[in-house]
Design a protein around this ligand. Structure first.
Ligand code: DGL
Length: 251
């Protein structure tokens, strides 16, 4: 491994592609290897041991590609595995969490809805975040929503979200936190469904800045030239096609 090695990025499926896009924008000289564990998706409704097992296999694969840093482009996998991975991995591990803090800083008097997987919202990582920044915030588990993104079923996602938002007076909302990287592909849809004053917040930009900071701090930045992006999946060729389509999608 050296400073020209790629950065490994993974998610349970295509959600992390939304993160990858942001990483490439922030660090165009770096090379990235993306792994979508589509064959084992969704993570967010599995038990924690299962998820850990899947994550270990993905990490093994990425380490064999000689990566210099790992980005867990998945809130669920971060909640389950980040601490354990950091305890033994020799390279920097960048993890994600629902962007509740930035949303709380934008909040006036209204509610914040935190949309995420059931596992993310249940685990200690989020519980701690909620204790600190959760005033006015409502955790909203969204089982089934990531599958609609995986299938690029945006009409289905709209129906799903109408159901979620129908419980709340739209004027009482200050912000929506997209606490699952799949939901970032629904950002413009969500914006179009809610009044203009409602902020829609995700953690992708913060994650990209964090990776940049760590590569600089550890003197791991690539020396120049345009980086490359390689996509892998535990699924099939169709999954790679969906990844490519979503990579081209204007978020
Ligand atoms: N993209 C994921 C996240 O950020 C996981 C979705 C899933 O596999 O359930 O939580």
């Amino acid at each position: 491994m050296n400073f020209e090695s790629p950065v490994g990025v993974f998610d349970s499926g295509v959600g992390g592609i939304s993160v990858l896009k942001r990483l490439v924008q922030e660090l165009p000289n770096e090379s990235f290897i993306y792994y979508g564990d589509t064959a084992h998706a969704p993570y967010g409704t599995r038990n924690v041991d299962d998820i850990m097992h899947c994550v270990n296999e993905v990490v093994d694969y990425l380490l064999r590609q000689d990566i210099k840093a790992l980005v867990i482009a998945c809130n669920t996998a971060s909640a389950v595995a980040a601490q354990t991975l950091r305890s033994w991995m020799q390279i920097p591990v960048i993890a994600m969490e629902p962007a509740l803090k930035p949303a709380a800083l934008l909040r006036k008097q209204g509610r914040i809805l935190v949309l995420a997987t059931p596992v993310t919202l249940k685990l200690e990582k989020f519980q701690k975040l909620y204790e600190l920044w959760g005033e006015g915030a409502v955790p909203v588990p969204c089982p089934g929503l990531m599958e609609l993104v995986e299938n690029e079923d945006f009409a289905g996602a709209e129906t799903y979200l109408r159901g979620v938002f129908s419980t709340y007076d739209p004027d009482s909302l200050d912000a929506i936190v997209l606490g699952c990287t799949h939901y970032v592909f629904l950002k413009s849809l969500i914006r179009s469904m809610l009044p203009q004053h409602v902020f829609v917040v995700d953690g992708n930009e913060g994650t990209a800045r964090q990776l940049k900071h760590i590569l600089e701090e550890k003197r791991l930045c690539s020396s120049g030239g345009r980086g490359t992006v390689k996509l892998y999946t535990s699924g099939d060729a169709h999954d790679i096609e969906v990844m490519k389509q979503l990579y081209a999608y204007d978020i």
